[in-house]
Design a protein around this ligand. Structure first.
Ligand SMILES: Cc1cc2nc3c(=O)[nH]c(=O)nc-3n(C[C@H](O)[C@H](O)[C@H](O)COP(=O)(O)OP(=O)(O)OC[C@H]3O[C@@H](n4cnc5c(N)ncnc54)[C@H](O)[C@@H]3O)c2cc1C
Ligand code: SF4
Length: 549
């Protein structure tokens, strides 16, 4: 069919950036700060900047302080400073607060700010546009353009292809955005980044990347329940000791509370449902009171990288580089990645600006790859590098205790453990259903706990219905013989948006994909036990329209 389509129009830039998250926007701003004449474009698959951003978020301002040193004196969406920092272990009814004095200093949130990261990105986008950056929201980059082994830009997806793969009314051909350098800032499990990592062997000699799925709700709580500046984290219930994860609960803004739950995607029981675990967590006696008399405003989910230092791939290849969570720069025990996203965007921009000033193009910016580990990002990730492996190997209680000791010793400049590995990729950790016990989850009450579909409604997710399904199942027979018959269909549980269903009809089962509900979290692309599902970008502008997330 591609042969019958008209040629794509091409536009030339110095730098093309894929993704308008904190990493991509920081790179764009930094490039313009250094060399205002640089031609920079940012493409964003969300209908607007921030529409696909889902984060906690407590941000460490180190990145912003470097990027926009005067931000504290401006009108920004960064208004709530952290005032209280609580860390709990939860049992089914008990809650034990860990004294802050026991926590390694790097875990402290004092000096940090509670924000909607989507709103921060909207503000950063206005800064970037003010400097002359072109931002194209509603355009998904679907193809890497390569010539002679070097990346020379990206193509955006065609709009108006029908379900049957042929052009329908309103068909518009995608654009070629060609550049001297292309930065991939797609966030966790970026669809093009994943292809580049495989194509250039960027993960050779590194530990496998690890992931979690983070689910989040935004609540407006009763004024009497609001404690602006309070940051609360927990681990333990409702997860068992062998399943990693924990909660966050942040009070900020106008009686707003961000509440969320992250579950490590190396869990083994295919009956586990991250969505239902999150709903259950809110019913804990220590937690539920916050939401009494409140209203749920929004819901969403997104994968988060958890591999840390030892899983960071090589960042560069001829003509481009990975930045932010596309490279996996999250500090897992701090649940923070936005500061490193900004710092990596800036760092890449500085090295690219040098290359452009020397008249170079489409070569490898190897100096960026050499610089990250020696700088702030490397220091931040190095001290916590054993936290995730210890948690995975020893379970929650012992894992967190030993990770705490290791982070303390790293604070003093050494670790007795060296650098631990992660073991298997997350796609390989499920056990066959026959070895596991089904989990009975309580029914939602519609006040504090909810079902998936009413939740997806609050994410404002929408996709043009007449388009090819963007969740590609490579081998449907394998999906049934293995995902369904051996693993009891975990996709119906791990998908936070109810996209996948195994439907029984006349003694047969059928895999139903409700692609229009997809919130672009990327969990299926990570967790399918046969790596049989690939997430590709749907038509630009589709997906969630988060606000305040
Ligand atoms: C539940 C949860 C809680 C978190 N809490 C915190 C926290 O409290 N503090 C903190 O600092 N960090 C937190 N993080 C991590 C933080 O959100 C990330 O580190 C940060 O967002 C990474 O920024 P990024 O720019 O690399 O990617 P993202 O923020 O993911 O942005 C990527 C952007 O690229 C766009 N995009 C992707 N692919 C394409 C494509 N092919 N074409 C066009 N556009 C594309 C996406 O739509 C998106 O807008 C949390 C993450 C999660 C999931
Ligand atoms: S289909 Fe995949 S990417 Fe979409 S919401 Fe479900 S798990 Fe996430």
């Amino acid at each position: 069919m591609a042969n019958e389509l008209p040629n794509r129009e091409a536009m030339e830039f110095d730098v093309v950036i894929v993704g308008a998250g904190p990493a991509g926007l920081a790179a764009a701003i930094r490039l313009k700060q250094i060399a205002p004449e640089t031609g920079v474009v940012v493409v964003e698959k969300g209908a607007e900047v921030g529409a696909h951003i889902l984060s906690g978020a407590v941000i460490d301002p180190i990145g912003l302080d470097r990027l926009i040193p005067e931000w504290r004196s401006e009108d920004t969406p960064i208004k709530t400073a952290v005032t209280d920092d609580h860390f709990y272990w939860l049992g089914q009814t008990a809650a034990v607060r860990l004294p802050n004095i026991l926590m390694p200093p790097l875990m402290s949130n004092h000096g940090n700010f509670i924000v909607s990261l989507g709103d921060v990105c909207r503000w950063l986008a206005s800064k970037a546009e003010g400097l002359g950056v072109e931002i194209y929201p509603g355009f998904a980059a679907t193809e890497v353009l390569s010539e002679n082994g070097a990346v020379v830009g990206v193509a955006t997806g065609d709009m108006g292809i029908g379900k049957d793969g042929t052009p329908r009314d309103g068909f518009t051909r995608g654009m070629e955005l060609r550049a001297k350098y292309t930065l991939f800032a797609e966030g966790a499990r970026g669809s093009l980044s994943r292809i580049l990592i495989a194509q250039y062997g960027l993960d050779r000699g590194r530990q496998p990347q690890k992931f979690g799925i983070g689910l989040k709700e935004l609540w407006q709580v009763a004024p009497g329940k609001h404690r602006p500046g309070l940051v609360q984290h927990s681990f333990g219930w409702p997860l068992d000791n062998s399943t990693g994860g924990g909660s966050f609960l942040y009070h900020f803004g106008d009686n707003l509370v961000s509440v969320g739950f992250v579950i490590h995607l190396n869990y083994s029981n295919p009956y586990l449902s991250p969505f239902e675990e999150f709903q259950r967590y809110k019913t804990h006696p220590r937690i539920c009171d916050t939401f009494e008399g409140g209203k749920r405003l929004s819901y969403g989910a997104r994968a988060i990288t958890e591999g840390g230092y030892q899983s960071v791939p090589k960042l560069t290849f001829p003509g481009g580089a990975l930045i932010g969570c596309a490279a996996g720069f999250v500090n897992v025990p701090r649940i923070k990645g936005s500061h490193n996203a900004i710092l990596s965007g800036m760092l890449a921009a500085e090295h690219i600006a040098d290359a452009l000033s020397e008249g170079r193009a489409n070569d490898e910016i190897a100096s960026y790859d050499e610089a990250w580990s020696e700088g702030d990002i490397g220091r931040d990730l190095w001290r916590v590098r054993n936290a995730k492996p210890l948690w995975s190997k020893l379970g929650t209680v012992l894992g967190i205790a030993t990770a705490g000791l290791d982070m303390w010793s790293n604070t003093l400049g050494f670790s007795l453990l060296g650098t631990l590995g992660h073991g298997k990729p997350d796609a390989e950790t499920l056990k066959p259903a026959i070895e596991c016990r089904p989990i009975a989850y309580p029914r939602p009450d519609g006040r504090l706990t909810f079902d998936r579909l009413s939740s997806v409604f609050l994410s404002n997710t929408n996709h043009e219905e007449d388009q090819p399904v963007h969740l590609h199942v490579a081998d449907m027979a394998l999906q049934q013989a293995s995902e369904h018959d051996v693993y009891a269909g975990p996709s119906a549980r791990y998908c936070p948006a109810g996209v996948y269903e195994w439907v029984e009809e006349g003694g047969k089962v059928r895999f139903v994909i409700n692609a229009q509900n997809c919130v672009h979290c990327k969990t299926c692309d990570i967790k399918d036990p046969n790596r049989n599902i690939t997430w590709v970008p749907p038509e630009g502008g589709g997906g969630p329209k988060y606000s305040g997330m």
